[in-house]
Design a binder for this molecule. Structure first.
Ligand SMILES: Cc1cc2nc3c(=O)[nH]c(=O)nc-3n(C[C@H](O)[C@H](O)[C@H](O)COP(=O)(O)O)c2cc1C
Length: 324
């Protein structure tokens, strides 16, 4: 059992923050299938300070999905800390500070992954946030800004500060900011951090695409926990599979066609509750490649669903292809 203050995780495998994906519908389905903690996608600090935006349901966790972490991004430690306070006020359970995002527009604005080059900024942000909120404060970083020696030094300074200052959990993605999502994740540095700072809670991230890999990575790396990211898109069942293996049981039978279809319909209906049809249909398309992987006629089903232009067409196509 992993404990973060009053928050307890009954298994050390959690769903990643995924911008553009981990809104309420994906979070609530992950929870349903046994994921003990989910996050929002990264949110700009200013959103929290803009009252009208904060009031929108989209930014508030709903009753059936706790615990949920609010992931925050910004370029000023004081503003980030003030935003963290607001996110906790509206009901999030913990704060996750993002120093990992590699999106060019984020880097240009000296936010996210760019800050891996400024360990002092990261430290100050954590300490200011810690003062403002009475909840766990996590941090998400990568294994460096790039492959340079200077970046490696910064990386170790960030980890050392995190251990000294008592960061509740340090999540490390095994790619540099420069790499974005290219190539294979390198877990060797993640393993090294856990060895050097055994009291610092470390979660590793990178290339966790199957339940078997999730379990294997945790066992062979010695980290406290593992983060499932792309492997959970259109695949909430991965959490029940991980849970079974984690408990020493056999992997459950794959979900039947009917169950797959029902979950897809439910996911889509939830998306439609907060977006109008013109936005909901393309938004849902992003999940289809993941969902259709489990269909025996994957390609045909994926093509049919991708071609849908209206809400009714999506529903009808799911009903037909999943025999509902
Ligand atoms: C589409 C997409 C969006 C992401 N959004 C975020 C985000 O908002 N915050 C964050 O910390 N990481 C984000 N990540 C990184 C993931 O959390 C994770 O660390 C990364 O994908 C590596 O894991 P994987 O190789 O198992 O996918 C994102 C990744 C992807 C592919």
């Amino acid at each position: 059992m992993l404990k973060f203050g009053t928050l307890q995780l009954d298994m050390p495998f959690i769903q990643a923050p995924l911008s553009g994906y981990t809104d309420h519908p994906m979070r609530v389905l992950a929870k349903r299938f046994g994921c003990p903690l989910t996050f929002t996608g990264v949110m700009l600090d200013k959103i929290a300070l803009h009252h009208k935006a904060l009031k929108k349901l989209k930014f508030q966790p709903q009753d059936n999905e706790h615990p949920v972490g609010a992931q925050v991004l910004g370029d000023d430690p004081e503003v980030i800390a003030a935003a963290a306070e607001k996110f906790i006020e509206v009901g999030y359970d913990l704060i996750d500070l993002n120093f990992a995002c590699p999106a060019p527009k984020v880097l240009r604005r000296v936010r996210g992954g760019h800050l891996m080059q400024q360990p002092g900024f990261i430290r100050e942000t954590f300490l200011r946030t810690r003062e403002k909120v009475n909840c766990p404060v996590f941090m998400k970083i990568r294994i460096g800004y790039d492959g340079s020696e200077a970046a490696n030094e910064d990386f170790w300074t960030i980890c050392e500060n995190a251990a000294t200052d008592g960061v509740d959990m340090l999540a490390i993605h095994g790619r540099t900011v420069h790499q974005k999502y290219r190539g294979k994740a390198d877990w060797s540095l993640i393993i090294e951090v856990k060895k050097r700072f055994p009291n610092l809670t470390i979660f590793g991230s990178g290339d966790i695409m199957t339940p078997e890999i999730a379990i294997q990575r945790r066992e062979e790396s010695g980290v406290d926990g593992v983060i499932v990211a792309r492997g959970a898109i259109g695949n909430p069942w991965i959490f029940q599979e991980i849970r079974a293996l984690w408990n020493g049981q056999e992997k459950p039978h794959p979900p039947s066609l009917e169950e797959q279809g029902r979950i897809m319909l439910e996911h889509f209906e939830m998306i439609c509750q907060t977006r109008d049809e013109r936005k909901a249909v393309p938004y849902f398309r992003k999940f289809l490649a993941g969902y259709c992987k489990r269909h025996p006629d994957r390609k045909k089903t994926l093509l049919a669903l991708m071609a849908c232009k209206t809400k009714q067409a999506v529903i009808q196509t799911i009903i037909e292809h999943y025999k509902l």
